[in-house]
Write a protein that binds this ligand. Structure first.
Ligand code: ADP
Length: 319
């Protein structure tokens, strides 16, 4: 064990993806059933790249919940922190692919099992074993999972883990945009690593994408801020340096999961070598690798089915 464990916390669900791009949900001739949910995607991205990953979250005690738990297991993700709710169902998302490869979501969550995770149910042994603890913000929307999320962050931090935050804005899920912004920013200062997309940056700062807007999200304890820009690659900010790294030209069919692949790759590399956070040359190499992982993920439908393994990434890097 050269690097330790990455623990990813939050929701896991099924994405129903139309088999044909560029149609509305109602027009879809059929759906591909793709497992997803940002934190689970990240856990699997890490495991596919050879890192040790665990997922902590709650699923429904139903066909979909057990299918998802099986997928984590089959991908080598530790599932000791997975719970099954006896009452609520597993969350579902219907993901419409537009002809440009961008996506739109509709959710089944009223409430879904993931939202019912209680702080007292958390597997604290798994969380305290984290060298990196990764989370989103969907679990902040309602109680009791909001308290579970805050408790898990606290336990991980006390155990010495680096905290990694991808707010993963899914605006339609929030009671209001203001609520989304307030809740997302309420846990901002705890994170060591934050990744935002261009859309999230604009939403959180109410400004157009720029270095100044990104740096307005800086906080004193932060070690690395990343801004992902889709086909334009990413920008990075630390207290000592900043810059941009291009991504790769690929044939994009569905961008679902690209950000999660990017984060999973980045965390896997940081887990093995913390100096990435201080050494710009190393960081740029790692971000090139992370961009490659994001790019490959856009070449296939769905999130988890599209996440690359190391040999696929090296193939693209050596291109
Ligand atoms: P999110 O999925 O969080 O919205 P992005 O769409 O910015 O994040 O994608 C994350 C990363 O995946 C990007 O920084 C880039 O490296 C890669 N990526 C995304 N879309 C493309 C694309 N169309 N072509 C090449 N790389 C892409």
């Amino acid at each position: 064990d050269s690097g330790g464990l990455i623990v990813s916390f939050g929701e896991m669900l099924i994405d129903f993806v139309p088999t044909v791009s560029g149609v509305s949900l109602a027009e879809a001739p059929g759906f591909l059933k793709a497992p997803g949910g940002a934190p689970a995607n990240v856990a699997i991205a890490v495991a596919r790249l050879g890192g040790r990953a665990a997922f902590v979250g709650k699923l429904g005690d139903d066909e979909f919940g057990h299918m998802l738990a099986g997928i984590l297991k089959d991908n080598g993700v530790n599932g000791d922190g997975i719970l099954f709710d006896q009452g609520a169902r597993t969350a579902l998302a219907f993901v419409t692919l537009r002809s440009d490869g961008e996506r739109e979501f509709m959710f089944y969550r009223n409430p879904s099992a993931d939202m019912l995770l209680k702080p007292t149910e958390l597997n604290l042994d798994v969380i305290a074993a984290a060298k990196i603890f990764h989370y989103g913000s969907i679990s902040l929307i309602t109680e009791p999972c909001r308290s579970a999320h805050l408790r898990a962050m606290e336990v991980a931090k006390e155990a010495g883990a680096l905290l990694s935050y991808d707010p993963n804005l899914r605006l339609p899920l929030w009671p209001s945009p203001k609520d989304a912004r307030d809740q997302i920013l309420s846990i901002w200062e705890h994170a060591d690593i934050i990744k935002v997309s261009d859309v999230e940056l604009e939403f959180l700062t109410d400004r157009e994408v720029s270095d100044e807007a990104a740096l307005s999200l800086w906080h004193p304890g932060l070690k690395l801020l990343l801004l992902t820009l889709g086909e334009k690659g990413c920008r990075y900010y630390t207290k000592d340096f900043r810059g941009a790294v291009d991504t790769f030209k690929v044939k994009t069919v569905d961008t679902t999961g690209a950000g999660d692949a990017f984060v999973g790759a980045l965390l896997t590399k940081i887990l093995h070598d913390h100096s990435v956070l201080e050494d710009e040359t190393r960081l740029r190499e790692v971000l090139k690798f992370s961009n490659a992982c994001g790019a490959i993920t856009t070449t296939k439908k769905g999130a988890i089915p599209a996440l690359p393994n190391e040999s696929e990434v090296h193939q693209l890097l050596q291109g």
